[in-house]
Design a protein around this ligand. Structure first.
Ligand code: C5P
Length: 414
């Protein structure tokens, strides 16, 4: 899986080297998302960073109070490593003291991801007792700190405080990323610590959208699934603190912030991507997987042969991804399927629960315009009974479902 770095650039003259650092990280296959402090924008532009990271660049102008920004705080938790480069004396002081007065420092305070700080500053600022005290404190807090280089400084002085070369920083990032995964930071803490983010430390695997099964190079078998419900569930799981893998069939939807998305076309590709993403604490299979595919997809476009007879189309059954997970040696603790039905909804869902080895089936009535629409009416069928929810927006179905998933996971022994 691609490793991800959240790069926080604070405002020193060395900030211009962050562009080269992004190039070096990308060259090593590491995805980079950048955050600029207000003063860093004096040295590098969001535009050049955006081009190099191929991602949105975040800065202080974002309103943290807006609901969608909660997702951005999540971003720092979703990254595998947070890198502050260059780290000015000022941002180090804020980090050491838990000050969060802009987006960058708020992300740093909100994260439970390992942090690497790469200081760069004037030699006197580096040797100042306050800076050294802050570094000691950061070190004690578990922040990785790279020693600055010595040499001539942009300000005309000479000494320690130069930003290490981007290649050296990239090598250090790679080394830290290769260390064993961090432990769940909330492990062993009282439940209330988990309460505000109930899925911290959990991996949730979600499928969404239709699959396309080729008949020939230009035609395929598909269905009307839009992927909206699955994407909404992925976004809700990120908001609840989970690491989320979303295996998406062909849909035209933006990736919710913080979600790891794997795009696939066919049922067989979806199954492979799902298996690759294991282990997971919960899997929520929302995709409308095509039940059948063409037995032999033609390599050339099928032509009318003039006989008036249609081309023969033999179908064979696709693998059932949900049922495969149901009997998988790495079966997720909680396995949730969806069932799109037009009649006898609860009855069919109950039968599906047993047939697929799932824990819950979320049954939805697709006789109206659920597919592609923004509202859904679902019934959650479990061994314990049926929970019927009224019609509500898909985003709300997602939040309620994730709340139920979090409850089930925290009340089950792992
Ligand atoms: O049998 P049916 O298609 O109605 O089952 C729906 C549930 O099974 C959904 O959760 C869907 O994602 C899953 N499914 C699957 N692989 C298939 C068919 C359905 O994972 N080939």
């Amino acid at each position: 899986m691609t490793q991800r770095v959240l790069l926080i650039i604070s405002g020193g003259i060395a900030a211009y080297k962050s562009l080269e650092l992004v190039r070096q990280l990308r060259k090593r296959g590491i995805a980079v998302r950048a955050v600029l402090t207000q003063s860093a924008k004096q040295f590098v532009t969001p535009l050049s960073l955006g081009v190099l990271t191929e991602d949105h660049v975040y800065d202080d102008l974002f309103d943290l109070k807006a609901e969608r920004e909660i997702g951005h705080i999540q971003l720092s938790r979703q990254a595998d490593l947070v890198v502050v480069a260059p780290a000015t004396a000022n941002i180090l002081a804020k980090m050491a003291n838990g000050i969060a007065d802009d987006l960058a420092t708020t992300l740093l305070l909100a994260t439970d991801t390992p942090v690497l700080a790469v200081p760069a500053m004037n030699v006197r600022m580096w040797h100042h007792k306050a800076t050294q005290r802050n570094l000691e404190r950061l070190h004690a807090d578990g922040v990785h700190i790279m020693e600055p280089d010595s040499g001539a400084m942009a300000c005309g002085e000479f000494g320690r405080g130069r930003l290490p070369e981007p290649e050296a920083i990239a090598a250090e990032v790679q080394r830290l990323l290769a260390l064993p995964q961090r432990a769940d930071p909330l492990a062993g803490q009282p439940d209330f610590a988990r309460d505000d983010l109930p899925l911290t430390g959990r991996h949730i695997l979600i499928t969404a959208g239709p699959t396309h099964e080729p008949i020939d190079p230009v035609r395929y078998i598909a269905n009307r699934s839009s992927g909206k419900q699955g994407f909404a569930i992925a976004a809700a799981a990120v908001r609840a603190g989970a690491r989320v893998t979303l295996v998406a069939g062909p849909v035209h939807l933006p990736t919710p912030p913080g979600v790891d998305r794997v795009d696939v076309e066919t049922a067989r590709e979806m199954l492979a991507a799902v298996a690759e993403a294991l282990p997971a604490d919960a899997a929520i299979m929302v995709a409308a997987v095509a039940d059948w595919r063409a037995a032999d997809a033609a390599e050339q476009k099928l032509k009318k042969d003039g006989s008036g007879q249609p081309a023969p189309l033999a179908l064979i059954e696709n693998p059932d991804i949900l049922a495969t997970l149901g009997r998988h040696p790495q079966r997720p603790t909680l396995l949730v399927g969806f069932a799109a039905e037009t009649q006898n909804i609860a009855e069919h869902a109950r039968a599906k629960l047993a047939k697929k080895g799932a824990d819950w089936i979320v049954a939805n009535d697709v006789s109206g315009d659920v597919m592609g629409g923004d509202a859904n009416a679902v019934q959650i069928v479990t061994a314990a009974g049926i929970d019927s929810w009224p019609v509500m927006p898909k985003a709300q179905v997602a939040d309620k479902l994730i709340e139920k998933v979090a409850h089930a996971l925290t009340s089950r022994p792992d």
